[in-house]
Design a protein around this ligand. Structure first.
Ligand code: NAP
Length: 285
């Protein structure tokens, strides 16, 4: 038996054990996928523990994605550009860090037949997820990306950190005001929520990051929040006649890309969707 797992903050739930275990079981791969809640102080020990011969690797989630970078031996160039990793591969002698959030984000976009080349985009939020999304949009050829965030300094830091790496895409930071939204949303063909606003079970569950009346019917609205499936933002977007993508496809596809790194096999994504949807429905019941 081998092991893999997700390294999360203590006390945080994760859907990864449900859909990753379903994938291993479906392909008869003898791996037990575990949940590894870890404090900031315990992160070094946890990552060192991945070096054992029985460990395939790990997923890494909030808040450890950035802090893990210096703890692995080798960082894939894409993860280096984002400044965060979400996957560790133990190849026997070396721990390698990857960022599969970028691939997960883009695969869901491709399935929706959205062509980012030359587009103008608005990204709400400036945390780790926003960094992966900005790099993903730039990799896919977006021309202009406005980063709107409650804390302007954090958006400015993101632009300062990533601006050169994402060229020729043009990055700009904006504060979370109606004027910023008016300007950014008027030209954007894609709006992405990378804040936690709208997440089930939080005081912000019924909040959306963007003014509903500024959502244009021509835009695609992509919400990284996956629970609930229909967030306030997704509802507003549908009412505006815009196309939408929820957060579950990205979650599954980033996990599928991690699975491929660990096993060399294509992940059974239909099985992973079924397992995740069943778990989410059980939580809602
Ligand atoms: P993070 O680094 O903690 O960043 C959180 C972001 O949300 C920041 O921009 C923060 O703004 C903003 N925010 C939080 N509360 C807010 C509020 N009350 N009003 C306005 N803005 C607020 O988290 P992250 O890793 O980037 O993740 C962000 C979200 O994406 C989470 O909900 C996460 O579950 C989701 N996510 C989904 C996937 C997927 O596969 N679907 C992958 C990654 C992340 P400030 O800077 O002003 O604090």
């Amino acid at each position: 038996m081998q092991f893999a797992g997700v390294i999360s903050a203590p006390g945080k739930k994760s859907l990864s054990p449900v859909f990753q275990q379903a994938a291993f079981d479906h392909l008869d791969i003898a791996v037990e996928y575990q949940h590894w809640p870890t404090s900031a102080e315990g992160l070094g020990t946890r990552v060192a523990g991945l070096r054992g011969p029985a460990v395939l690797g790990a997923n890494v989630t909030i808040p450890h994605k950035e802090a893990c970078l210096p703890l692995v031996d080798d960082v894939d160039p894409l993860a280096r550009r984002v400044g965060a990793l979400n996957t560790v591969l133990n190849d026997g002698s070396t721990l390698r860090g990857y960022n599969t959030d970028v691939e997960g984000f883009l695969r869901a976009l491709q399935e929706a037949s959205f062509e980012p080349r030359g587009c103008a985009a608005v990204v709400a939020g400036a945390g780790g997820a926003a960094r992966a999304v900005v790099v993903a949009l730039a990799e896919a050829g977006a021309a202009r990306i406005a980063v709107v965030n409650r804390t302007l300094e954090r958006a400015e830091q993101l632009v300062s950190d990533l601006g050169a790496a994402v060229k020729p895409a043009q990055l700009a930071a904006a504060s979370d005001t109606r004027e910023s939204w008016e300007r950014a949303a008027a030209e954007a063909s894609i709006l992405v929520n990378c804040t936690s606003l709208g997440t089930a079970g939080t005081p912000e569950e019924d909040r959306s990051p963007m003014p509903s009346d500024l959502i244009r019917s021509q835009a695609l609205v992509y919400d990284l929040v996956y629970q609930p499936a229909e967030t306030r933002l997704i509802r507003d977007a549908r009412q505006a006649g815009a196309r939408t993508i929820g957060g579950l496809p990205m979650l599954i596809y980033q996990g599928a890309a991690s699975f491929k790194l660990w096993t060399g096999k294509d992940a059974p994504v239909d099985i992973m969707f079924q397992a995740a949807e069943a778990a989410l429905a059980a939580e809602d019941a």
